[in-house]
Design a binder for this molecule. Structure first.
Ligand code: DSN
Length: 428
C-alpha cells in the first residue's frame, strides 16, 4: 500500500491537485481584472486579506471565545481573534466586539436572538424600499420568527422620513428598531433614529454593512454613539473578507456573545477572523480615510455624469457610495440593462426601486457603486468616462457596435488600473 501522504499530497498547489477548479479560479481572477465591478456591495480585498483568509487557520476548531474554548490547540487562534476584536473596537470606538458572525444575516440573527423573544415587534426598513432580507422579509427567518413592521421612503423625496418612522414607532411600540439599508443612497440619521428609540423605549440596531468602510474612514456619520448594537459585513466598503461582526454596548456583551455562540453558530471560521484582523488593520490606516473619501467623491461624480446623460436617480442623487438608476421612463428593465452592461464589462446589479411595479427578478432599477473601482485607484476623471459609457449602453441597448466600443474602452480602463497582477492559480 502506498502511503497516503504520497497519493493524497498535502503540499501540492491547486493547479496540480485540481486543475479543473484551478482553471475556474484563474477565470475569476481574470473576470475581476478585466471587468469593472460596480456592484456597491462588492469590493476587491487586498492580497493580504485573501492570504489570511486562505491560511491554515481554516483547519482549526475554536468553539468558544479567546481563553475560553471547547478545544485544545487554540494558543494561536486566541491571539488572532483577540487582535481582530481589539482592532475593530479601536477602529469604531466600540465598547464590545464579536468578530465571529459568518455573514451579515448571521450577525443580525445573533442580535435578534440576544435582544428579543420569539414574536417580539421590530421596526425596520422595507426590503422593497432598500432594506435587507434579514430586516424582516417574510420568507427570511427574521420575518418568520419576529413581528416586523416596516417603514419605507417618502413617495416624493424617495428619502427616509423620520416623522413616519416616529409615528410607526409610537403606534407599534417595537422592542427593537433597525436603522440601516442595503440600497439607500442617502445619509442615515442614526442620531434621529436613536431619539425615536429612546422616546418609545426601544433598543436600536444600526446595520452599517454597506457603509462600514465610509464610517471607518470618516465619510459617513458613525452609528456607534447612538446604537445599542451595530452589525456589519466586512466584504463591502470595508474591503475585508466575506464575513461580519457585531459591536455593542458593554451591557449587552454577554447576551451578544451567547447569542452568537452557542446561539446561532458553532465553530467560528478562524481563517476569516484572521482576514478580518487584516481588514481592520488596513481600515485604521490614514490611507483608508483617503480611500473612503474618494469612494464618496467618485460616487458623486458618477451620479452627476449619469444625470447629465438624462438618467434619473432614485432620490435625485447620492450622499454615499451607491446610486440607483430608475429606468421607468426608458421603458427598460433592470434585468435587461444589467445583463447588457455585463456584456460590456460593466458589472452592476438589477435592483427594485421604491414603489416598483416590477418583480425583484426583473426590476425597474439598476444599482451602481464605487467601492471596487476606487480600490483599483480610479478617480473623478474615470467616473465621468464611466457615466458616459453606462449611458451609451442604456441609451442604445440593442446596438452591438456601441456595445463593442464600450467593451473596448472598459478593457482599456481596466488595464490602466490593474489588480491582482501576481495572483495566479493556473496557466492561462
Ligand atoms: N446582498 C447585499 C447587497 O448586495 O446589498 C446585502 O447583503
Amino acid at each position: 500500500m502506498p502511503p497516503t501522504r504520497d497519493t493524497l499530497p498535502l503540499e501540492a498547489p491547486v493547479a496540480t491537485v485540481d486543475p479543473v477548479l484551478a482553471a475556474l479560479l484563474q477565470e475569476e481572477v481574470e473576470r475581476q481584472r478585466d471587468d469593472l465591478i460596480l456592484i456597491p456591495s462588492e469590493n476587491h480585498a487586498s492580497v493580504a486579506v485573501l492570504e489570511a483568509q486562505g491560511s491554515v487557520l481554516s483547519n482549526k476548531y475554536a468553539e468558544g471565545y479567546p481563553r475560553a474554548r471547547y478545544y485544545n490547540g487554540c494558543r494561536v487562534v486566541d491571539q488572532v481573534e483577540q487582535l481582530a476584536i481589539d482592532r475593530v473596537k479601536e477602529l469604531f470606538g466600540a465598547e464590545h466586539a464579536n468578530v465571529q458572525p459568518a455573514s451579515g444575516t448571521a450577525a443580525n440573527m445573533a442580535v435578534y436572538y440576544g435582544a428579543l423573544e420569539h414574536g417580539d415587534t421590530v421596526l425596520a426598513m422595507d426590503l422593497n424600499h432598500g432594506g435587507h432580507l434579514s430586516h424582516g422579509q417574510k420568507l427570511n427567518f427574521s420575518g418568520r420568527q419576529y413581528h416586523f413592521v416596516h417603514y419605507g421612503v417618502d413617495r416624493d423625496s424617495e428619502c427616509l422620513d423620520l416623522a413616519t418612522v416616529r409615528t410607526l414607532a409610537q403606534e407599534h411600540r417595537p422592542k427593537l428598531i433597525v436603522a440601516g439599508a442595503s440600497s439607500y443612497a442617502r445619509t442615515i440619521d442614526f442620531a434621529g433614529f436613536a431619539e425615536i428609540a429612546r422616546e418609545v423605549g426601544a433598543l436600536l440596531l444600526g446595520d452599517m454593512a454597506h457603509i462600514a468602510g465610509l464610517v471607518a474612514g470618516g465619510a459617513h456619520p458613525s452609528p456607534l454613539p447612538h446604537c445599542d448594537f451595530v452589525t456589519s459585513t466586512t466584504q463591502k466598503s470595508l474591503r475585508g473578507p466575506r464575513g461580519a461582526f457585531i459591536l455593542c454596548k458593554a451591557t449587552h456583551q454577554k447576551a451578544i456573545d451567547r447569542a452568537t455562540f452557542p446561539g446561532v453558530q458553532a465553530g467560528p471560521l478562524m481563517n476569516t477572523v484572521a482576514g478580518k484582523a487584516v481588514c481592520f488593520h488596513e481600515a485604521g490606516q490614514p490611507a483608508f480615510r483617503e480611500y473612503a473619501q474618494q469612494v464618496v467623491r467618485n460616487a458623486a461624480v458618477l451620479a452627476e455624469s449619469l444625470q447629465s446623460a438624462d438618467l434619473r436617480l432614485v432620490s435625485g442623487g447620492t450622499d454615499n457610495h451607491m446610486m440607483v438608476v430608475d429606468l421607468t421612463s426608458r421603458s427598460l428593465t433592470g434585468r435587461d440593462v444589467a445583463d447588457r452592461l455585463e456584456e460590456a464589462g460593466l458589472v452592476a446589479n438589477k435592483n427594485v426601486i421604491p414603489f416598483d411595479h416590477l418583480k425583484p427578478r426583473v426590476t425597474s432599477g439598476v444599482r451602481f457603486g464605487t467601492p471596487a473601482i476606487t480600490s483599483r485607484g480610479m478617480g473623478e476623471d474615470e467616473m465621468r468616462v464611466l457615466g458616459q459609457l453606462i449611458a451609451d449602453v442604456i441609451g442604445h441597448l440593442d446596438d452591438d457596435a456601441i456595445l463593442e466600443r464600450v467593451r473596448g474602452r472598459v478593457r482599456e480602463l481596466a488595464a490602466s488600473f490593474p489588480i491582482y497582477s501576481d495572483v495566479r492559480y493556473a496557466a492561462k
